[in-house]
Ligand binder design. Structure first.
Ligand SMILES: [Zn+2]
Length: 393
């Protein structure tokens, strides 16, 4: 993401700095997002020409000072600037809708956090969840849809949707022809707010993990109604200090969950759980979901549709003649017990630690060559490329 680095990817010079740091450090092929912040409209087309796959902006305080939130006028300016480019504009879609707040700046965000703090113990997950209600996502998404008229041909995308309350609004916009795609994340489909213990800040992310009933509605949007097209990690690690592990204060801790590389067994496990639930509901008469799910569905959510989103479907996202031979060998009958101490993350904390997941990735193949196997680990020299070719779609 464009903000998880200093400097943030908001100018071409900053982008070059990130590329230099990534060179020869990537285990798989990697593309990059640019960032939209107030007053960088003049940098956006040069960033497209330098090879960013698209842009992310925040409609609320991002948590880092060097990546401020955009106002509606900034979004309109960015859309006007990018209207004829082959790119995509993505929104961290939470917007402050409380009556006492009139701006979305850091000071106001902190004020709201303090108000919540007075009422609820900040070490409880409920304190954090209450501070970021469904309405914040819904308000932001309505704004994106309203502003889409500025550049009707420009693809727009809602990153990490957590609130199922926004699904009818999204469905109506998509039916009306708004070029709006939506993703959710592994954690919103897996964890439920009512099960998150106090001081367990490894579960904190923004927007927050919501109640179990909400998660089921997200599954339904994936499996049946189709408003959500992709599932991603939104991998967002930080140091243990930033997670405030000592005090377990949800209001102070960094928001972000680490799960890159775990997505396939997480989704496979979630689908099997739903299949067996239905099995019980139907008095053991059936073992299938309302709509049978296959690996092809999972591949569509995490490979094909994501490759289309980033403009790489000509070479990535499916196994086909002429495309890069990127795939993994997955054993659906094996088991993965997640041990964060051996995860290949610099900062290893993850709420999946200790989880027993169905399925195991035995081998990962990048452009025809094995880069990881369960028996040998990673190959000694990273061979991932930095993908900078301009989008053609
Ligand atoms: Zn975000």
């Amino acid at each position: 993401m464009p903000l998880n680095a200093i400097p943030p990817t908001t100018t071409v010079a900053n982008f070059q700095c990130k590329l230099a740091a990534a060179e020869n450090q990537c285990w798989v092929d990697v593309g990059f997002w640019g960032g939209i912040v107030p007053n960088n409209a003049a940098d956006l087309v040069p960033l497209v020409n330098a090879g960013v796959r698209g842009f992310k902006c925040f409609m609320i305080e991002s948590g880092v000072d060097e990546f401020p939130a955009v106002e509606d006028a900034d979004i309109v300016r960015a859309m006007q600037t990018l209207r004829d480019e082959k790119t995509i504009v993505m929104f961290h879609a939470e917007k402050d809708c409380s009556s006492h707040n009139h701006s979305h700046g850091a000071a106001e965000g902190k004020k709201q956090d303090e108000n919540t703090k007075q009422q609820l113990d900040p070490a409880t997950y409920d304190a954090f969840l209450t501070s970021r209600p469904d309405d914040m996502e819904l308000t932001a998404i309505r704004t994106v849809i309203e502003l889409s008229a500025t550049a009707p041909q420009l693809p727009l995308h809602i990153v990490h949707l957590a609130s199922a309350a926004a699904l009818p609004t999204i469905a109506a916009a998509q039916a009306a022809g708004v070029k709006l795609s939506v993703e959710t994340c592994f954690h919103y489909l897996t964890f439920a707010a009512e099960n998150i213990p106090p001081r367990a800040t490894q579960y904190k992310c923004c927007p927050p993990i919501r109640a179990a009933a909400n998660n089921e509605a997200l599954w339904d949007a994936l499996l049946r109604t189709g408003e959500i097209g992709t599932v991603v990690s939104d991998h967002s690690p930080c140091t243990p200090v930033l997670k405030d592990l000592e005090n377990g204060d949800y209001m102070q801790a960094w928001g972000g969950i680490s799960s890159v590389g775990l997505g396939l067994p997480i989704l496979w496990t979630g689908i099997q759980k739903r299949a067996s639930k239905q099995h019980l509901n139907n008095n053991n008469t059936t073992t299938t979901l309302a709509k049978p799910v296959s690996f092809a569905d999972i591949a569509r959510w995490i490979c094909a549709n994501t490759a289309k989103q980033v403009g790489l479907f000509a070479s990535k996202g499916s196994i086909a003649v002429g495309k890069d031979a990127d795939f993994c060998i997955f054993d659906p009958h094996d088991t993965l017990i997640v041990d964060q101490s051996v995860l290949p993350f610099k900062n290893k904390l993850t709420p999946y630690h200790g989880s027993k997941l169905n399925g195991l990735v035995r081998e990962t193949i990048l452009r025809g060559r094995t880069v990881f196997s369960v028996t040998d680990g990673h190959v000694p020299v990273p061979t991932g490329a930095l993908l900078l070719e301009k989008r053609t779609v």
